[in-house]
Ligand binder design. Structure first.
Ligand code: SAM
Ligand code: SF4
Length: 377
């Protein structure tokens, strides 16, 4: 399985929590489109001979491009690769871009999955986050997309936000489930460097929520999604059966992917590569045929630790047979020894030869995962 990711590095407005690479100057949109196509052409050998099972337009805000522009990128992929008939083709979209006209034209493209950034349905949260839509607009955008025939929709939500009480979070969840969507990505707010939120936190203008509140919100998310027929298949991701994000699962299942655009990452089992996080430098380099990415060769140990990190995040867990066959006896023994300790504390269980986080373990997933790492002396 292999996937292609496009990073669309533009946003119309900056959200106060977000550190993803983007620019609010949209002037270079057309030039960037040409560069993305050129990069695909330059780097097609990375996935040589592979069929494409997923395409993901992420950002930034991919919906700053018209449906025709998005389709032109898909056609460019088709020039170089075979795209599987059942490929998942996702567009991240901001709710206020999903107008009638946009959706009507988007339905004519090959995009078959939408990931919509809702964040919260409460307007005061959206104002604090500096989002460019209201709760009602977000709700209506999803309904509209469904009316135009989109039947594989994911929404992004953030909890652990200052001012988001448990009651308000419960209301957000209730609205999400009312919408009858297929997939939910719910993230705890992270105070990333160089964001307005982190600046406000340092100045004491906003306060981090208490750990008990975070935990109560996560627990509610898990129990409510279960109640509404969603599978909790990755720490922050929930889906209706069979509708897990193929693209994101390929990250967690260590499949190959090619990331195009400024700041995009690529992975082909042996090597990780990442593009420069600067639109102008990226475009200049692409046009002149100069270097715009860096890479890291992965050591045997890196590969094992990557496997731990990605597999334990998911409901499928860490496959002990894979560890034995790919990494050998010593790594296998290490996993079993570590598992013993966490089975006792009810943080992991072993099922059909897989080590899987329990609901309790999910709350301390970072600690559990790092304990499984194999550290060379
Ligand atoms: C890169 S954004 C792109 C989505 C699209 N631009 C939008 O905002 O609707 C993907 C998602 O990451 C989440 N996100 C970004 N920064 C975050 C942070 N600091 N803490 C928690 N979630 C964050 C948001 O839920 C966001 O929708
Ligand atoms: S959350 Fe989305 S719209 Fe907001 S700044 Fe980040 S990428 Fe842009």
């Amino acid at each position: 399985m292999s996937g292609i990711y496009f990073h669309i590095p533009f946003c119309k407005q900056l959200c106060h929590y977000c550190a993803f690479h983007k620019s609010i100057s949209l002037q270079a949109k057309e030039r960037m489109l040409a560069c993305l196509k050129k990069e695909l052409d330059d780097r097609k050998a990375y996935l040589e001979g592979k069929n494409i099972e997923s395409i993901y337009f992420g950002g930034g805000t991919p919906s700053v491009y018209s449906p025709e522009e998005i389709q032109s990128l898909i056609l460019e992929i088709e020039r170089h690769f075979i795209i599987n008939d059942d490929a998942e083709i996702t567009l991240e979209a901001n709710p206020d871009d999903l107008t009638h006209d946009y959706l009507k034209d988007l339905k004519k493209t090959s995009v078959n999955r939408l990931s919509v950034g809702i964040q919260s349905f409460h307007d005061e949260d959206l104002i604090l986050m500096n989002r460019r839509h209201s709760g009602q607009q977000a709700y209506d955008a999803i309904k509209r997309a469904q009316d135009y025939g989109f039947n594989n929709i994911s929404v992004d939500q953030i909890y652990g936000v200052p001012g988001l009480t448990l009651k308000k979070w419960e209301e957000n969840l209730k609205k999400v489930f009312e919408l009858n969507i297929q997939h939910i990505s719910s993230y705890h707010l992270m105070y990333d460097p160089n964001t307005v939120f982190t600046h406000k936190l340092k100045k004491g203008i906003i306060k981090e929520v208490d750990e008990e509140v975070s935990l109560a919100q996560y627990k509610l998310l898990i129990s409510e999604s279960k109640k509404h027929g969603f599978k909790h298949y990755e720490i922050s991701n929930f889906s209706k059966l069979g509708l897990e994000s193929k693209h994101n699962s390929s990250y967690w299942q260590q499949k190959m992917y090619l990331g195009l655009g400024p700041s995009a990452h690529s992975y082909n089992i042996n090597r990780r590569e990442w593009n420069i996080s600067d639109n102008l430098k990226y475009m200049n380099a692409i046009e002149k045929g100069e270097e715009y990415s860096e890479y890291e060769e992965l050591s045997f140990n890196d590969k094992f630790n990557d496997y731990v990190l990605t597999s334990l995040r998911t409901m499928w867990g860490l496959d002990l047979e894979v560890v034995k066959s790919e990494f050998g006896e010593q790594y296998h023994r290490n996993c079993l020894e570590k598992a013993d300790k966490f089975i006792e504390s009810d943080d992991v269980r072993i099922e059909n030869g897989h080590i899987i986080l329990t609901d309790k373990g999910v709350f301390i997933s970072n600690d559990v995962m790092s304990d499984f790492f194999f550290i060379e002396d």
